[in-house]
Design a binder for this molecule. Sequence first.
Ligand code: PMP
Length: 389
Amino acid sequence: MVERVNLNHAAGNPVDKRVLEGMLPYFQEFYGNPSSVHIAGQHAAKALANARMQIVNLVGADVKDRIVFTSGATEANNLALIGFAYRNRQKGNHIITSQVEHLSILNPLKFLVKQGFEVTHVPVDEYGIIKLEALKEAITDKTILFSIQHANNEVGSIQPIREVAGIAADAKVPLHVDAVASAGQIPIDVSDLGVSLMTLSSNDLYGPKGVGALVVRRGTSIQPILLGGGQEMGLRSGTENVSGIVGMGLAAEITGRELEANIRHFTRLRDRLIKAVTSKMEYTYLNGHPTHRLPNNANIRFSFVEGEAITLHLSFQGFLVATSSACTSRTLEASHVLLSMGVDEAEAHGALQLTLGRDNTESHIDHFTEVLPPIIQRLREMSPLYPPS
Ligand code: PMP
């Protein structure tokens, strides 16, 4: 049997064994509802409080900040944007974001536009880095919120979030940061940066899927979008997913503790991968910033070939890879991130998003970089455009 090598961790991570162990008692032994006043309920409530502290510690928040657990990052992004916009409507109707955000930012903003809000999508440079001058110029007296990602999930570029936060502070506009791709990959400190709202996802920390959190800093006012029993400090009704939240908390704690070692591990593998792939083949380019990039991300495009064809051929050889964002691969459209960076449409279709995980080894990388060139060569030979004249 061919060994399966996963180079598509952005789409999903295995749950860390230690996390799973920590979760298991909360399925049967400690199954109480945190809203119950009896002992079983109080046990569950304590577990939630502990998980909130673990999140606070991962991102450098304050004990007085609210950690609102959700069903995932999509819900947390919806709550941040719609919840903030509705609550603060009387202050203005303008929101600033970037062209390269995840669809769970872009689509709630489209919804808000239908409700009378105005949205400016700030452009990025060829590396996918937000243009700070354009960000400054976009501010009006109606601007109530910035929503800028910490790092791009698709091409791995890390945004100059400190500068963005500085611009937001000068303009007295709160900043929401989607930190799904960066949390657990690079250090984050919301207090130091002065971020008002931050979205996190459990599975990206090697916790279970279907759990996320919105960090709501003290002094930031949002309105709930799910109405019911008033759980999660009134900001997210519905009985909490206790075992999942315990898992997310534990995943955050472990990730924080092991961050430095993981950064070293990922950076070494990533650089080996990028160097081998881009030096072994012509017409092969790195997408995203060469140095300001996530340690686990290598996004590479191959001219004259279709990414879908590469992924299929690689899959026959046991490699799991993706063409662009796992969340948009259902559509055949070119990635909006690559197009925003000025990559032309045909080239954008030839991009592979390679995301490393804790289970990857040097031998995976070496095996991959041996298998890939003949696949690319074979596919190129079928292309009428290759070799270019
Ligand atoms: N933001 C970013 C940057 C993402 O990459 C994703 C998807 N992993 C999301 C938000 C949404 O996460 P989920 O699908 O878990 O809700």
